[in-house]
Design a protein around this ligand. Structure first.
Ligand SMILES: [Zn+2]
Length: 167
């Protein structure tokens, strides 16, 4: 015990999670989602949990138990198409986690990591299903922390034509 402190801190915090399907309805009927999970689509989505975080950011998948982590701010203020495509992207990571793949292999740069390329491939396929132009898809792919060089590399890997102004 730290007798220097005159306070008591409960250190067993429970991470609050919610059913994915409380917030994201109908994904089990989307063709691309069925392509990701196959026959197990309904079962996996009904067991999937999401955790909301108050920080800035987008979405991710926990590498401890494979639940989805979503920025509450992004969910509220983000572009709805971007959010939809991010869900598709993250569901691919959920599948990868279930299959025991290493999601955050540091031997690869983000834009070259096989798990990321696979996730982006599904998102881009769905973006094309929605009829989005390459310009719009590039806009989706670009994040503020991605350099033009990385965007070019990623776009090339995904066969998306991006007009990047390299200065
Ligand atoms: Zn990813």
């Amino acid at each position: 015990m730290s007798s220097m402190l005159n306070v008591r801190i409960s250190r067993k915090a429970k991470v609050s999670t919610y059913p994915f399907t409380d917030y994201f309805e109908g994904f089990e009927r989307v063709d691309i989602v069925r392509k990701i999970f196959g026959e197990k689509t309904g079962e996996i989505l009904s067991n999937l949990k999401i955790e909301f975080i108050g920080r800035r950011g987008y979405m991710g998948v926990s590498n401890e138990d494979g639940h989805l982590i979503v920025s509450a701010r992004y969910l509220k203020d983000g572009d709805i198409i971007d959010i939809y495509l991010d869900v598709i992207h993250e569901l691919v990571h959920v599948k990868q986690f279930i299959e025991g793949e290493e999601l955050f292999d540091r031997n690869y740069r983000y834009v070259e990591r096989p798990t990321e390329i696979e996730a982006f491939q599904y998102a881009v396929e769905e973006a094309r299903n929605l009829g989005l132009s390459d310009e719009r898809i590039c806009n989706y792919l670009k994040t503020e922390w991605m350099s033009d060089e990385d965007l070019t590399r990623l776009a090339k890997a995904l066969n998306v034509t991006c007009e990047v102004s390299l200065s």
